[in-house]
Unconditional design. Structure first.
Length: 224
């Protein structure tokens, strides 16, 4: 009589425990997964913003390099006016600093998201070498000698094209990389998706294992 009275009670208690534990596991698993999804979305959005920032810095570098080249032409064309000549020399120096500043900002932004900066280092060094060529030519410039101006112009003509092309190439590669990041086609994004899938599978496995353990206990109690 005691067994008849108490067995259903233990069975009901075990079943309630089973349902409660499964509900708790589902709630906890859902919460953790939702937090992981939000975290991944935040990281993806932040990375997209940083990649756009890198593209903008490269745009700044290309535009400022164009200004540097134009100011060089201007300082050669304005040799008859000491004031204008000096003004364009100063503008040339400022634009040179601007190119370096933009490239260094690009490098910093890339380092923040773990990108390889070897191409940017090459651009920085290439621009330094270009500036050295300009300064060497400038040292030979005689504002009062037309032949000197022509010779310096011929010496410098076209020396910036390689750097302009390389900046465009790096920018195109960065744009492609950014597009892959945003569409989830990059190796890093695929790896994150794989890890997310594995975590989901692990949570489901643990829930199933817990369910099996509680069900086994329920069956044993019922059998007793």
């Amino acid at each position: 009589m005691d067994n008849y009275d108490h067995t259903p009670f233990y069975m009901r208690k075990t079943f309630v425990q089973f349902v409660a534990m499964m509900a708790l596991a589902a709630i906890l698993g859902g919460y953790l997964l939702s937090q992981l999804v939000l975290r991944m979305n935040d990281l993806s959005a932040q990375r997209s913003v940083q990649l756009l920032e890198i593209e903008e810095y490269l745009d700044d570098a290309a535009i400022t390099l164009g200004q540097q080249v134009q100011e060089w032409k201007n300082l050669l064309l304005r040799t008859e006016s000491q004031e204008l000549h000096a003004r364009h020399i100063e503008a040339f120096k400022e634009s040179s600093v601007g190119v370096q500043y933009a490239l260094r900002n690009t490098k910093r932004a890339m380092q923040e998201i773990g990108m390889d900066t070897a191409d940017i280092d090459n651009l920085i060094n290439e621009h330094r070498s270009l500036l050295a060529i300009y300064l060497q030519a400038f040292s030979k410039l005689d504002p009062n000698d037309a032949s000197s101006i022509g010779e310096v112009d011929r010496q410098i003509r076209g020396v910036d094209r390689k750097l302009q092309t390389n900046i465009t190439t790096v920018k195109s590669a960065t744009s492609k990389f950014a597009k892959n990041q945003m569409t989830g086609n990059s190796p890093a994004e695929k790896y994150r998706h794989l890890m997310f899938g594995m975590l989901v599978a692990m949570c489901l496995f643990l829930m199933a294992l817990l369910g099996f353990a509680l069900a086994y206990r329920y069956v044993r109690v019922r059998g007793d």
